[in-house]
Design a protein around this ligand. Structure first.
Ligand code: COA
Length: 260
């Protein structure tokens, strides 16, 4: 499949999606969002792919935000539509994917770029990465889930301060407040994320999908996370993965999961 603004490689059952608009610091325009939507949808169905890593091209930026040039003359209606469509096609779409998505933050993750990283299931940053939600400096607020996901990850007070000051924080500070899980040298970033992917794919894909759903339910209005967990836990008992996992344990061998 051909994409204009992203690159995809698949190796060792891990797909790496690279946002590739280096001259614009990988800013998210409409076409890039459409490319990403198509890519995540396609990779979600690809049986060869167990884990997805999302990163940015070059050494400077993960994604430096939504493309400011594209929305600078928008009306109230078009602004509302931009956010709603982005949520549906990309940000919520990634969060609800059954396959794990790791953000490999290789540089600036600002505005929509940090929101994109926060929609992924967890984040790893390179030492040079800088993160922030600078929207209020443009007369806006975060519109791709930032006002919701940032407080979920770092707490309300820290989110309030980051959003109100529009300030950037370093990778080390992001680690300290729980926004990223690890900080590694830039040249090791993708190898490190691949090593986590490798650990994940030893486990049952079916169970991982259900775990993502149950964890997400804790943060969804109108959902009872405990109820979701109970139902998902029960469903696991009807799978080949459950039979294989428990049999392999009892036979003292490695499990060979199929995701069924
Ligand atoms: N939207 C559109 N274009 C962007 C962009 C964005 N969010 N972020 C960077 N770019 C473009 C710049 O306009 C510039 O394009 P040009 O060479 O055609 O003029 C190019 O990317 C390089 O950026 P530049 O600003 O020259 O790099 P820098 O090293 O001086 O600064 C940043 C880097 C990240 C600090 C700066 O680009 C920036 O503040 N970007 C906007 C961040 C932002 O507010 N994001 C939230 C949007 S909601």
């Amino acid at each position: 499949m051909n994409y204009e603004n992203i690159l995809i490689s698949i190796e060792n059952n891990t797909a790496t999606i690279t946002v590739n608009r280096p001259t614009k610091l990988n800013a998210l325009n409409k076409d890039t969002i459409a490319d990403l939507h198509k890519a995540f949808k396609t990779l979600a169905k690809n049986k060869e792919v167990a884990v997805i890593i999302l990163t940015g091209s070059g050494e400077k930026a993960f994604v430096a935000g939504a493309d400011i040039a594209e929305f600078s003359n928008f009306s109230i209606e078009k602004g509302t539509e931009l956010a709603a469509e982005g949520h549906e096609k990309l940000f919520d779409f990634i969060e609800n994917l059954k396959k794990p998505v790791i953000a490999a933050i290789n540089g600036f993750a600002l505005g929509g770029g940090l929101e994109l990283a926060m929609a992924c299931h967890f984040r790893v940053a390179s030492e040079n990465a800088k993160m922030g939600l600078p929207e209020v400096s443009l007369g806006l607020i975060p519109g791709y889930g930032g006002t919701q996901r940032l407080p979920q990850l770092v707490g309300k007070g820290r989110a309030m301060e980051m959003i109100m000051t529009a300030a950037m924080i370093t990778a080390q500070d992001a680690y300290r407040i729980g926004l990223v899980n690890h900080v590694v040298p830039q040249e090791e970033l993708l190898a490190f994320c691949n090593s986590i992917a490798h650990k994940i794919m030893k486990n049952s894909p079916f169970a991982i999908g259900k775990a993502i759903k149950a964890i997400n339910a804790n943060f969804k209005e109108g959902k009872n996370g405990f109820e979701t967990e109970i139902k998902a836990f029960g469903k696991c008992f009807g799978t080949e993965d459950f039979k294989e996992g428990t049999t392999a344990f009892l036979e003292k061998r490695k499990a060979n999961f199929t995701g069924k």
